[in-house]
Design a protein around this ligand. Structure first.
Ligand code: FES
Length: 610
């Protein structure tokens, strides 16, 4: 990485970026605004900065600056590649670009791929016989788009019906439409987090960076299985399943697209782009790509970067030429959702040593020491989502999400209703608290009744035995629906449940332990742990530390990162530079395969205890 020190109106900001990134991009990625109307394409000649030390001079610099200015270090920021550490003076803005705060405190300077330009064109005459397209392109020459057949078919009629007063709609470098009159006030896009369990859509006004409406639903692929492996298996057993899974994914996106447009009062025809962040399996299924190689060793993706397609090819009824951009993936089990999460949390633009953990059935882990970024995946199993847990359930009404044990049991229940079961954060809390009061020993076994009475007299009677078709096992009763309820009618935590959690947390902690070892780091070197995803974000930091799910650190260093995949998708829509940053991560991040490591089993066994 290279360090850039920006001075903006006497304030200094240091940023770290991959070598070769332009000064303009480095500033933009880090929310530092530099004048521009071309968005870094080298055509507006507005991005003037002064760079200390010798820097190559381009012909555009020669056209823009005097000899004295060039000698003094003035350059166009979008033409300076940062191949070494640089100090850069940024003059005050002459036009203030709009910025939006997205992700984990990321400030994104708005430079969406969607660009609209309202133009009032001269009507053709015998003296001015330029073609309709040339006339339009001359008026939007800062964008230099390419027109497709769809536009050429519409152009003559729209121009004449609108008295040559039209709005050109450009996405990336494509002129996708010409609309009558001034429609620059309607520039919308939808960011999708295509999760295995839940799909979230955010309708964005990309001109202002404002979210207009948000909606979520369970992924319609649920009937095929709760996790990616069961869905991949479905395609292996039934030749029809891939098409049905593809349809289910497409229906999930379409339903949400309609919902957010309705809620936001936005005509779907004014949505010109969507960005989709999903894991490698979700992305393959949405595109109708056979996911089988993702599910069997050696776990191979068809391509790290899915092609951009039209949203209509994914079954979305938006603007007919709306684009869909899908996030690239680092590996079969570190997918586009994690790349989006890294973008949203700025994993590649921070000097601190940071650990990113997306906790779920498949847990993705990223470690950066400010120089190198490593990623891996750990198969945690379904415990955190309520699977394989006797009273496990999803985080819905009736789920115990918080457990506090002292003299008695205090529960936090979603929806403030009678507890029905235990969701992932409640499970982690319950085990952490039982370890704290001494009812679970360091190996994860419930203690004997005598020890329980001695260590936690107010709780000891909740430790009992439950008989089921799985045999007899020790359980801790978290909630009794009535004073004389039998253990089988109560919300309990069984000895097997504790074992399930131990396996899940050992898989995860083995993952980050090996990544720390790879970079020669200790627990205490980690300056921030980001807990991401719909489960991780709700986890109690103290409980996560207590059971060893995260390194032993002060809880203030452990941060809930929220839905970073969705935030990354928003960033990709708000800034083409951020989108390029996501693609650059493919080069910057090293994927580490853990399963073939000889030390994996030893570390795993070490991590099982509390
Ligand atoms: Fe326009 Fe550099 S940003 S020339």
């Amino acid at each position: 990485r290279v360090d850039l020190r920006f001075t903006v109106e006497e304030t200094e900001r240091s940023v770290r970026v991959p070598p070769g990134v332009t000064v303009f991009d480095a500033a933009s990625w880090n929310g530092i605004a530099i004048d521009s109307t071309c968005g870094g394409h080298g055509t507006c000649h507005k991005c003037k900065v002064r760079v200390e030390g010798s820097t190559p001079i381009t012909r555009h610099d020669v056209k823009t600056f005097t000899r004295d200015q060039l000698d003094d270090g003035w350059r166009l920021a979008c033409l300076v590649n940062a191949t070494r550490d640089l100090a850069v003076d940024v003059p005050p803005l002459t036009t203030r670009p709009k910025a939006a705060t997205v992700g984990v405190g990321r400030q994104v300077i708005l430079r969406p791929a969607i660009q609209k330009r309202y133009v009032e064109l001269d009507e053709p005459t015998l003296a001015d016989q330029r073609t309709d397209l040339d006339r339009l392109l001359a008026a939007i020459d800062d964008l230099e788009p390419v027109a497709d057949l769809h536009v050429l078919r519409r152009l003559p009629a729209v121009l004449r019906a609108a008295d040559f007063k039209v709005t050109a709609v450009v996405v990336d470098e494509a002129l996708i439409d010409v609309e009558p009159g001034d429609t620059t006030g309607t520039q919308y896009a939808i960011a999708f987090d295509l999760g295995t369990t839940t799909v979230v859509a955010t309708l964005l006004d990309v001109a202002t960076g404002t979210p207009v409406a948000v909606a979520s639903m369970l992924n319609r692929q649920q009937p095929f299985g709760g996790d990616v492996i069961t869905r991949i298996s479905a395609t292996m057993m039934d030749p029809e399943a891939l098409a049905r899974l593809q349809l289910a994914a497409s229906e999930s996106l379409s339903t949400l697209a309609i919902q957010v447009c309705t809620e936001g009062g936005v005509d779907p025809a004014h949505v010109y782009e969507v960005a989709i962040a999903g894991n490698a399996t979700m992305t393959a299924l949405l595109l109708g790509i056979d996911p089988e190689p993702l599910g069997v060793a050696p776990f191979i993706m068809s391509s790290p970067q899915p092609p951009d397609v039209l949203a209509s090819e994914l079954g979305l009824a938006l603007h007919p030429r709306a684009r869909a951009t899908l996030f690239p993936a680092l590996g079969a089990y570190v997918g586009g959702d994690i790349v989006a999460g890294m973008l949203a949390s700025g994993m590649d633009r921070d000097k601190r040593t940071r650990l990113f953990i997306d906790v779920g059935t498949n847990c993705e882990i990223v470690l950066s020491d400010g120089d190198r970024i490593l990623s891996t995946a750990a198969p945690a199993g379904p415990a955190f989502e309520g699977g394989a847990i006797r009273c496990g359930m999803r985080a819905a009404d009736g789920a115990i999400e918080v457990v506090k044990l002292a003299e008695t049991v205090e529960l936090g229940v979603i929806g403030d209703v009678e507890p029905r079961g235990l969701c992932g954060s409640g499970l982690v809390d319950a085990v952490a608290e039982l370890v704290k009061v001494g009812l679970l020993d360091a190996s994860g076994r419930y203690v004997t009744d005598d020890v329980a009475k001695e260590l936690a007299p107010g709780l000891a009677d909740r430790l009992t035995t439950l008989s089921s078709d799985r045999g007899e096992e020790r359980v801790f009763v978290l909630h009794r629906p009535s004073p004389d309820a039998e253990p089988e009618d109560c919300v309990v935590l069984t000895q097997r449940d504790v074992r399930e959690l131990q396996f899940a947390k050992a898989a995860i902690s083995t993952g980050w332990t090996l990544l720390l070892e790879e970079l020669g780091l200790e627990h205490r070197d980690v300056q921030q742990v980001l807990l991401a995803g719909s489960f991780g974000s709700y986890l109690s930091a103290a409980s996560a530390v207590r059971i060893g799910l995260v390194p032993k650190l002060p809880v203030l260093r452990i941060v809930a990162a929220g839905n970073v995949a969705g935030e990354g998708a928003k960033m990709a829509l708000l800034s083409v530079r951020e989108r390029a940053g996501a693609r650059a991560l493919l080069e910057e991040v090293t994927y580490v395969e853990l399963s073939d490591r000889p030390e994996f089993n030893d570390r795993f066994v070490d991590q099982l205890g509390f």
